[in-house]
Design a binder for this molecule. Structure first.
Ligand code: K7E
Ligand code: CUA
Length: 622
């Protein structure tokens, strides 16, 4: 529980380190000393009514950053933002998109792109439970999928999905483990997309994609009818289900809105794997990814008619149901996963026979979350409400009984999209907290100009009634989040010297005969100059080096500090270059020495009372 005080690290803390080593040499307490020792905790006050000052949260929240392109870590239930993980975006503080290590990862996704549109962060699982290993997230803007390593909380892979446009819905396979990351490509494009077709919608297609979670290669793709929106997987390892709109196959808005019903499409994973294995696939263009046909009539899929333009797709954590959220219909369609077995065994005549409930909840149902007591919580975008309803009661009502399945409606501020319960997409769903990600904050906060923050609201669902307990303004646009118990996540505090994150850089150093842990040397290969440098607070291993104008400089920096939280940085003034170098990490950055004269570099991560003095000079000879 959230009773621990401060850090649970038994080793040297940042404060001890600073008082023991740094302050001795500083006249007076100095600016740094004052800053770092002046923060004595007061008596605990309650934050968000839930977590006292200095107390640790019970959960990690992984928040998508929407079109900011990043992922954020929040402490839950305090909703304090703990960290940002740059993924598809460029980040000035850490040098993401600037360092060689991050550029190598970003290059895996094609581009170069400076933007991303991240919607759905989901953690890898074993047997339907979080395993703390990876968080995956889609990029709708540039058709990519990224993986974050949860031991270091850095992005370690980005891939682009071939043959499709705009990856939207993303979920992991839950059982037996996350072998695949499932992702929906949303926008339909001509097959092949070679510049010949604009106005022939019969040529337009999109696909459901499975990415191998370990190799991060696309395993296979499934051609579908319509546009895919959101997706989720079952707790058996047999099915994934996606909402699918535009059953009309149109390309303009009026064309795509004509039909009263669209679909939930169910993908039979073992059958798809068997088809790929048996060679029953095609490929497109230069991509080698096997493509199987899952359009109407295929035995790899079933198209279940559901009311018009469904949006969210959620699996109940008891493993019994897929739920398609109606968006333009006030309903959520509840599909029995057992009955899907009957369908694929040929025992049912009509795909609608798999539907066991269709509760009417209110206007604009977008997403549904769950507790462990048989309740579902659905966002009503237009009504600005959460509907809490009982799943069994909704099934009884569908069977003709007179039961009121809605137990509460709660106003939220305003226009909610996703919502998520603590551990709610896993077998460990615990029914304690519900977070609702509201698209509009309107009047809830101080006016900050025409662009308003959004509003993530925290709701206590541990009792019989939902209670709103906290407003959390957020920057564009956390579509979705997951709330993971802290027992599942265990990041390291100091880098391991053999971390694959900087393996390419280490290999380059080795070729240059450099021992990164001690050498401070300049190695020249023609116009390519490699500057190998160590850093120990408050000194760079090299306070000056000389290059020639026009040289291409690669600075490789190794932080030799072994103290938790002592991160150094490297900024070369007037060169557009910055990078984070954590304890025991190596990082590198490449730039052109295109200005003659003395060029200062400095450390931009506060590391020491003499941090401001941690600097050096590059002399560029004309
Ligand atoms: Cu509803 Cu992209 Cu999950 Cu936004 S999606 S809300
Ligand atoms: Cu090193 Cu600041």
């Amino acid at each position: 529980m959230s009773k621990d005080k401060g850090s649970d690290n038994a080793g040297v803390t940042r404060r001890n380190f600073l008082s023991a080593t740094a302050l001795a040499g500083v006249a007076g307490a100095g600016i740094g000393g004052g800053l770092l020792t002046g923060c004595s905790p007061k008596a605990p006050e309650k934050h968000a009514g839930t977590v006292g000052l200095g107390e640790l949260d019970e959960y990690y929240g992984f928040w998508s950053g929407g079109h900011s392109g990043e992922v954020r870590i929040l402490g839950m239930p305090s909703m304090r933002e703990l960290m940002r993980i740059p993924v598809f975006n460029i980040d000035s503080a850490t040098g993401w998109g600037i360092t060689n290590e991050s550029k190598e990862i970003m290059a895996g996704g094609g581009g170069p792109y400076m933007n991303g549109d991240a919607h759905h962060p989901h953690m890898s699982m074993v047997d339907g439970r979080y395993d703390g290993k990876y968080v995956f997230i889609n990029d709708k803007a540039n058709t990519r999928v990224a993986r974050i390593r949860c031991d270091i909380m850095k992005t370690d892979k980005i891939i682009s999905i071939p043959n499709v446009s705009a990856v939207h819905g993303l979920r992991v396979q839950k059982v037996p483990h996350t072998k695949y990351v499932f992702c929906n490509a949303e926008l339909r494009i001509p097959h092949p997309n070679d510049g010949r077709h604009l106005n022939d919608p019969t040529k337009y297609r999109t696909m459901f994609n499975a990415v191998d979670a370990e190799s991060m290669e696309v395993a296979w793709q499934v051609v579908v009818d319509g546009n895919l929106d959101n997706t989720d997987a079952d707790f058996k390892g047999t099915y994934a289900c996606s909402t699918c709109y535009n059953s009309e196959g149109g390309v303009t808005l009026p064309e795509t809105m004509r039909n009263e019903r669209d679909w939930a499409v169910v993908f039979n994973i073992p059958r798809i794997e068997a088809a790929v294995k048996a060679g029953k696939f095609t490929t497109l263009g230069t991509s080698k990814v096997p493509i199987v046909d899952g359009t109407h009539g295929s035995d790899l899929t079933v198209y279940i008619p559901v009311p018009k333009s469904p949006h969210g797709l959620n699996t109940s954590p008891d493993g019994k149901y897929f739920m398609a959220n109606g968006k333009l219909s006030p309903t959520v369609t509840v599909i029995s996963i057992d009955k899907l077995d009957d369908w694929f065994a040929g025992k049912l005549k009509d795909p609608r026979d798999t539907v066991v409930a269709e509760p009417e909840l209110g206007l604009g149902p977008l997403h549904t979350a769950f507790d462990h007591r048989g309740n579902a919580y659905t966002t009503l975008f237009i009504d600005s409400q959460i509907a809490k309803w009982n799943i069994d009661d909704a099934i009884r009502a569908y069977n003709g009984e007179k039961v009121d399945y809605i137990t509460q409606k709660l106003d939220v501020q305003y226009q909610p999209g996703h919502l998520h319960t603590s551990m709610g997409e896993t077998r460990d769903t615990d029914g304690k907290w519900l977070v609702v990600l509201c698209k509009f904050s309107k009047d809830r906060f101080l006016n900050v100009g025409p662009l308003h923050p959004e509003n993530d609201q925290l709701i206590d669902i541990s009792g019989d009634v939902m209670k709103l307990v906290h407003d959390g303004p957020t920057y564009a646009e956390p579509h979705d989040c997951i709330i993971v118990h802290r027992s599942k996540v265990n990041p390291i505090k100091i880098w391991k010297r053999d971390d694959p994150f900087f393996a390419t850089t280490s290999a380059m150093a080795k070729q240059d005969g450099i021992t990164l842990e001690k050498d401070n040397k300049v190695v020249r290969h023609g116009r390519e100059v490699r500057v190998y440098m160590t850093a120990v607070a408050p000194n760079f291993g090299m306070t000056d080096f000389t290059v020639k104008k026009g040289d291409e400089i690669t600075v490789v920096m190794t932080n030799l500090d072994t103290v938790e939280d002592v991160t150094h940085g490297f900024v070369m003034v007037n060169h557009g270059v910055s990078m984070e170098v954590g304890p025991q990490q190596t990082a590198s950055v490449t730039f052109k020495a295109d200005k003659a004269g003395v060029q200062w570099y400095y450390c931009h991560w506060f590391c020491h009372a003499l941090h401001m003095e941690m600097r050096g000079r590059m002399l560029v000879e004309a």
